[in-house]
Design a protein around this ligand. Structure first.
Ligand code: CDP
Length: 313
């Protein structure tokens, strides 16, 4: 076990490999990938045992009846008690037709730019995207057009749509690009996020939009966070992408991840931007994306999921 990543597994506290070491490791592995059904089954079982994604990924009328206390997963000692205002907004039960077959989880990494992965992504049966990403013409060839689930952070509603106080039309119009997706919002993760999430719900409902709002269940987010903490991901909060990959591993028969590359150089050793649409970096200590990548790469190497980090054929 001479590879850098193996070293990291044996001595998790040692240090993360540098960007260039990751590039070397990925190049060494090459395009080779072999599906490992046992690995897939094992991970689905582990995730089912810890986090029960089928039943728990969204807040539903079944798992969150009136009077149920939802503890915010991103804050201590804050809770929301399900009441007359919130209960009617929850879907009845898990609305997804399970199991999902081929799933694509699309991160927002700059590595997608010029990847030509759009067609590949669009061929999946269920496509998950993060944080209302742009899908305009210029990106289609690299990221595709279809979506079935897209996450929306309440902070985007606040910043991009002025909290929906007077930008409801702009919001609803901009959401049309996601077709009839589920919009997955962590409404009960941080207290200041609840109101914008409810407003987003009403903005879509009032315009008879094709989109369906699903509120992320804070209990699910917490258990998934613990799951990865136990596997060496030490961050204040997991990145949206890792939440979605975890969800996909629990719900899908096959998972391919695109756009996960939190490094400053690409496989051609050229600089790569943080996102495929801009180069705005995240708060340094909030997420631990490189640690997350190491875990995902480990799953790729074991055939449990497939990571697409180069150009698509
Ligand atoms: O909100 P957050 O910072 O988690 O995500 P984002 O920047 O909108 O990107 C979506 C997801 O793509 C992240 O949560 C990461 O999992 C992944 N990502 C990555 O792996 N490498 C990057 N350079 C950028 C994003």
């Amino acid at each position: 076990c001479v590879l850098v990543l193996c070293w990291f597994y044996i001595f998790p506290g040692y240090r993360l490999p540098r960007d260039r070491e990751i590039v070397e490791e990925v190049l060494r592995q090459g395009e080779v990938w072999q599906k490992n059904q046992t690995g897939i089954d094992v991970y689905r079982k582990l995730l089912t045992e810890c986090c029960d994604p089928r039943r728990m990924f969204a807040v539903t009328k079944e798992n969150s009846p009136m009077g149920k206390v939802l503890w915010y997963d991103g804050e201590f000692y804050h809770s929301h008690t399900v009441n007359n205002e919130t209960y009617p907004l929850f879907v009845k039960g898990n609305p997804l037709q399970l199991p999902l077959k081929k799933c694509a989880v699309v991160g927002n990494g700059g590595i997608l730019r010029h990847s030509k992965c759009g067609q590949d992504i669009d061929q999946a049966d269920f496509i998950m995207r993060c944080n209302l990403p742009p899908l305009s013409k210029e990106y289609v060839v690299d990221v595709g057009t279809r979506s079935h689930l897209v996450t929306a952070n309440p902070s985007i509603i606040e910043k991009r749509f002025q909290n929906l106080l007077w930008s409801r039309k702009a919001f609803v119009d901009s959401m049309k690009v996601y077709g009839s997706s589920y919009v997955y919002m962590p409404a009960f993760s941080m207290k200041p996020g609840t109101d914008p999430s409810l407003r987003a719900y009403y903005a879509l409902a009032d315009t008879s939009s094709n989109l369906t709002m699903l509120f992320a269940n804070p209990e699910f987010l917490r258990t998934v966070g613990k799951f990865w903490k136990g596997r060496g991901v030490h961050a204040k909060r997991l990145s949206t992408g890792l939440f979605l990959v975890s969800l996909a591993l629990g719900l899908c028969e096959e998972v391919t991840a695109y756009g996960f590359w939190p490094f400053s150089v690409g496989l051609d050793e050229q600089p790569v931007s943080h996102h495929y649409y801009d180069n705005i970096l995240p708060y340094k200590w909030f997420h631990a994306m490189p640690e997350e990548f190491v875990q995902l790469w480990h799953l790729h190497k074991s055939g449990t999921l497939r990571m697409r980090v180069g150009r698509c054929p």
